[in-house]
Design a protein around this ligand. Structure first.
Ligand code: DLL
Length: 436
């Protein structure tokens, strides 16, 4: 029997509302008392924790944003002493500093439950063999999926990302039935299987849980037919927890939000106003049970909408549509979050380059995202030996790799070749088609 916490996931909505209200009050009090940054925000507008009486008062609480993490780097947003923190993860920030998140033992258990629900919604049982190709490390994908699969009692293969040949070999030899990775990596596995003449219709693989980056219905179709599986969307972000904040069931009609632990709102990204049900806007989350890092109205910058109609699966949690875009300039390349400002800060440090650059992102069918950074060299360097230019190219590429953790192609171009803009500079050309 697959994992399904029916009591929680099919809870009556009236009952859910009262659970949310009660947990919200605890979270507000905990945040106010233990995180100076929250206390400051409340005090500035004269709001007292007791003013929040229930979920109807949610909109009175000020937003939390990514820069709050940067301003309180590394552990200033934590609400418990370090001796209660059992895990630390991090994701990239808007500048060199990363967003650091912490978990108590209870938080790790709650996260495992959220991921168990996620995997269960695709039919995962303790008899499954889960090939976990999300990266292990500071990224939340690897350990997040790992603990969820273990909670179900499935057998986890902690293979982590990369090494496609080996992935296919292990998949065949170990009879993996469940795959966890980014959608672009799933596409690549499908393509490689085809090239290696592996007949996926005879393989044991049944379902994949794909997320950490935007993808499309078209991609779902391609992945499902290449790997002969069901491909389900899973969503999350480090600040809120990691993967498992919301998850698709086999109806494939949007991602159920784990509402007994997170409240979702949709706001107008320009005005901050809460939008009526069904509108498209920026997704905002409030955590309800997190101890180490309580989050009040966190602006995710992800654009989507919420559907509160009944789902055929019987779960009563609302569903968010697949993420349609971002309200900031963050790019996600092979599952890694990249801000143009990080690239700029690398280039500024390197002599011989001009502050004009262009980031070109592309994804050929069945391939992984490619990112190329075009950099103008300074006029003095143009006439230099090819060797000097080559070593400059290598150096930039190396520095970018050490800051971002992914390899990026660098192309040096002559001075004045990158188009100048009169208004906001256009730094990114994204040729990937992410809107179908
Ligand atoms: O990407 C957590 C995760 C791991 C989710 C594995 C799913 C699977 P971060 O590195 O903090 O955390 O990046 C969070 O990634 O704000 C979205 O912009 C994007 N994102 C995550 N899942 C999806 C998805 C993890 N299913 C940021 N569709 C988020 C579109 C996604 N974008």
């Amino acid at each position: 029997m697959y994992y399904w916490n029916k009591e929680a996931e099919c809870v009556d909505r009236e009952r859910l509302r009262s659970i949310q209200s009660e947990r919200l009050l605890q979270t507000v009090r905990h945040s106010y008392e233990h995180v100076p940054a929250y206390k400051r925000k409340f005090d500035e507008i004269g709001l007292k924790p007791d003013d929040i009486q229930g979920i109807d008062d949610l909109t009175r609480i000020p937003f939390t944003v990514k820069t709050d993490f940067r301003d309180n780097y590394p552990f200033g947003m934590f609400a418990v002493p370090m001796d209660q923190i059992v895990r630390i993860h991090a994701s990239s920030g808007t500048t060199g500093k990363s967003t650091v998140v912490g978990y108590t033992r209870g938080d790790v258990e709650m996260w495992a439950e959220m991921m168990a629900r996620t995997l269960g919604a695709g039919g995962t049982t303790k008899g499954d063999i889960v090939q976990n190709a999300y990266g292990y490390g500071l990224f939340t994908g690897g350990l997040g999926a790992h603990y969820g699969a273990e909670r179900i009692g499935a057998s986890v293969i902690p293979i982590s990302g990369g090494n496609t040949k080996r992935q296919l070999q292990i998949m065949e030899d170990f009879h993996s039935t469940v795959l966890c990775c980014t959608p672009s990596y799933a596409l690549m596995l499908g393509e490689s299987a085809r090239e290696a003449h592996v007949d996926m219709s005879k393989a044991s693989l049944r379902v994949a849980f794909l997320g950490a980056e935007p993808w499309t219905e078209n991609m779902r179709g391609e992945i499902e037919s290449a790997l002969h599986i069901d491909a389900l969307d899973i969503y999350g972000l480090s600040e809120v927890m990691g993967p498992g904040v919301s998850y698709e069931c086999l109806e494939k009609g949007g991602l159920h939000v784990n509402e007994d632990h997170f409240i979702a709102e949709i706001i107008d990204p320009d005005t901050g106003e809460v939008l009526p049900a069904g509108s498209t806007g920026e997704l905002v989350f409030t955590s309800l049970t997190k101890q180490a890092l309580p989050l009040l109205r966190y602006r995710t910058r992800d654009i989507t909408c919420i559907d509160d109609s009944k789902c055929g699966c019987g779960r009563s949690f609302v569903r968010m549509k697949r993420v349609m875009g971002r309200s900031d300039d963050m790019l996600i390349i092979r599952g890694v979050n990249v801000f143009p400002s990080q690239i700029e800060s690398v280039l500024i440090e390197i002599e011989g380059t001009e502050p004009h650059y262009l980031i070109v992102v592309d994804r050929e069918p069945g391939k992984m995202d490619e990112m190329e950074v075009w950099v103008e060299v300074s006029p003095e360097l143009v006439s230099d030996a090819v060797r000097t230019l080559e070593s400059l190219e290598r150096r930039i590429s190396h520095e970018l790799h050490s800051v971002l953790g992914i390899s990026i192609k660098v192309k040096l171009v002559e001075p004045k070749t990158i188009a100048r803009s009169e208004g906001k500079a256009k730094r990114v050309i994204d040729r990937r088609d992410l809107n179908q």
